[in-house]
Design a binder for this molecule. Structure first.
Ligand code: RP5
Length: 161
């Protein structure tokens, strides 16, 4: 049986997968059990309620939530769980993700969402940050994360061309 997921990656639409898959890929590289689900704050509110209110008891430790436009998903998830929620603003067609960013980042005091960059970099970093949070209580994962970072450093060319 596969290990129970520790990170939940949720997104507002299947159209967000092209962005959010970068969070999933980094967690797979680091060997972190995770799950991926489409959960829309607007189109499937009951699914969001069920997901967020049962996340902790199902064993999840961190939620990564990506959405675009009027991106209420990370904030609404954070409102219904004490787990850390990392928000990824998905790039929108009309406003290039600025609408998503502002929707996610401007939480009222009391319900935090750790907001990442717009798009692919934000999704990748959300995966890395979720892994880093887990690594504070998992020495083997901390070693894998350090090795991943060292390999990245090693791969950076000195010559630009
Ligand atoms: C949001 O609306 C989703 O997170 C997505 O980024 C955006 C557009 O969704 P689709 O119309 O492509 O399903 O809820």
């Amino acid at each position: 049986m596969a290990d129970a997921p520790l990170i939940g990656i949720i997104m507002g639409s299947t159209s967000d997968w092209e962005t959010m898959r970068h969070a999933a890929e980094i967690l797979a590289e680091l060997g972190v059990p995770h799950e991926t689900k489409v959960v829309s704050a607007h189109r499937t509110p009951q699914r969001l309620y069920d997901y967020a209110t049962t996340a902790a008891e199902r064993g999840l430790k961190v939620i990564v939530a990506g959405a675009g436009g009027a991106a209420h998903l990370p904030g609404m998830a954070a409102a219904m769980t004490h787990l850390p929620v990392l928000g990824v603003p998905v790039e929108s067609k009309t406003m290039k993700g600025l609408d998503s960013l502002y929707s996610i980042v401007q939480m009222p005091g009391g319900i935090p969402v750790g907001t990442l960059a717009i798009g692919k970099a934000g999704a990748k970093n959300a995966g890395l940050l979720a892994a880093a949070i887990l690594a504070t209580a998992d020495d083997a994962l901390a070693e894998r994360l350090k090795a991943w970072r060292a390999a990245q450093t090693e791969s950076v060319a000195v010559d630009p061309a």
